[in-house]
Design a protein around this ligand. Structure first.
Ligand code: ARG
Length: 461
């Protein structure tokens, strides 16, 4: 079993199907730069413990640097005989510095503490990249909100016309969950910033090595308090998979709306050519594929999270090979978001809103009925009575096939004597919207304030 990390007690090498099952180089290769960085830190710690002469350290660091360059250039790649990235890199190091020096690096560490550390390093970098992409979507939404400070639209509940709102208010509603997702990524990082290196296979190292030193050198806040926990727990990966999935779910809610809004039945938006696709048979088609792929891939990210949780469930301490299954779902969730986020940013930034169409629909479906009731309450009427009266207005308007504002003074007075013509001040979309001026409401002054807050929060992340 020449060249493997564990040949000594075996008389023969693995069967072909065993090796094929075991192999992970096709996905764990992305850990290679992190593996080499950690090996450099480990070599220094070995030297500090008197287990590597200064001269050997120099040789080893030089070999590791050349190996890093060759990995980056693609000159060094996994061989068919390599089980995983860790074994492959040891082979590469020995190729470069010989077995006498190269064979010393592995002292006091195990692939179990290595892989747990490297996965954390990779993931901490990855969620930073994803966070930047999410903030780009937030910025595109905020910019659209700023460009449409007075445009109105029908706000909905149950997909039914509810109350008119500002388009900017609606767009900003999508920025808040996304900002919270970015905050969740930052929060994840505080727990992921603990290094398992030095935990060995499970019990820690006996060679007088310093886990704290390696942790600091690799950018961690601290080293693990319990070597068994450090080598076997993957809640950090599940936490990241959750925030990645939650981000996709939040994006999918906006995507779903873009899909509806771009239909001729809605007619709210036109998609830019660059961010839509055509049909191979129907020449007239312009399809919202970015939004649909967002919606579709969200299912995949949810699957990655639930699959990982199922893998982790009921695993006994400490490391089990099951844990090799932890990486692909998380890598995939990151990769999918890295594809989606720039496209969704481009789609959002170039949406052309048809504000006259949205304004026309804003009062449809009697969306000002609540305003009548609340106007009556301001005149001193009990809300229960006012609700009944406003409902009667809807019934009367519906029977005549007109809008609430088209009811005559006589019709209004007949429904309730308190319904004087003064009620007409709230029977416009603009009047309704500007009356909702408490914090968080849809009045223009509040939405402008909110936009400032969204931008200020995004700038801190
Ligand atoms: N490739 C493994 C993983 O991703 C690390 C190797 C640990 N293997 C072992 N036999 N202890 O988890």
């Amino acid at each position: 079993n020449e060249g493997s990390l564990w040949g000594g007690r075996f008389a023969s090498g693995p069967a072909a199907a065993m090796a094929a099952l075991s192999k992970s180089t096709h996905f764990d290769w992305v850990l290679a730069p992190y593996d080499i960085r950690a090996s450099m830190a480990h070599a220094r710690v070995l030297n500090g413990a008197g287990l590597l002469t200064p001269q050997d350290l120099e040789t080893m660091l030089d070999g590791l640097q050349r190996l890093a360059d060759d990995v980056a250039s693609g000159a060094f790649v996994a061989a068919v005989s390599d089980e995983d990235v860790h074994g492959a890199l040891e082979r590469g190091l020995i190729d470069r510095v010989g077995p006498e020096v190269g064979g010393r690096l592995r002292a006091g560490r195990s692939r179990n503490d290595q892989v747990a550390t490297l996965f954390r390093m990779w993931l901490r970098d990855a969620v930073r990249r994803v966070s930047v992409g999410v903030l780009d979507v937030v910025d595109a939404l905020a910019t659209q909100a700023a460009a449409h400070p007075t445009a109105v639209m029908p706000g909905k509940t149950h997909s039914q016309a509810a109350q008119p709102v500002l388009l900017a208010h609606h767009l900003l509603a999508h920025t808040h969950p996304l900002l919270r997702d970015v905050q969740r990524f930052a929060d994840f990082d505080t727990r992921a910033a603990v290094s398992p290196y030095g935990s060995g296979a499970l019990a820690g190292s006996s060679l007088g090595l310093s886990p704290e030193k390696i942790a600091a050198e690799l950018g961690f806040d601290s080293s693990a308090e319990n070597s068994i926990d450090a080598t076997s727990s993957r809640d950090f990966a599940a936490e990241a998979a959750f925030v990645l999935a939650m981000t996709a779910v939040d994006l999918s809610r906006f995507a779903e709306e873009v899909i509806s809004w771009s239909t001729p039945e809605y007619g709210y938006v036109t998609l830019a050519d660059a961010w839509s696709t055509g049909s191979s048979i129907m020449p007239q088609k312009k399809n919202p594929d970015v939004a649909e792929l967002t919606r579709g891939k969200t299912g995949r990210l949810i699957g990655n999270l639930t699959g990982l949780l199922a893998t982790l469930k009921a695993q006994p301490l400490a490391y089990n090979r099951d844990l090799q299954e932890d990486k692909e779902p998380v890598f995939d969730s990151v990769a999918q978001l890295e594809l989606l986020l720039p496209a969704l940013t481009g789609l959002t930034a170039t949406l052309e809103f048809h504000t006259e169409r949205m304004a026309e629909l804003a009062p449809a479906g009697f969306t000002l009925a609540t305003d009548i009731a609340e106007w009556m309450v301001r005149q001193g009427i009990a809300f229960r009575v006012a609700h009944e009266a406003a409902g009667a207005c809807v019934r009367a308007a519906e029977a005549r096939g007109v809008g609430l504002a088209d009811l005559t003074d006589e019709e209004l007075a007949a429904i309730d004597p308190s319904l004087t013509p003064a009620v007409r001040e709230v029977l416009t979309v603009e009047g309704s919207i500007s009356s909702r001026d408490a914090r968080g409401g849809t009045a223009a002054v509040q939405v402008a304030h909110q936009l400032g807050g969204v931008r200020a929060t995004a700038a801190t992340l």
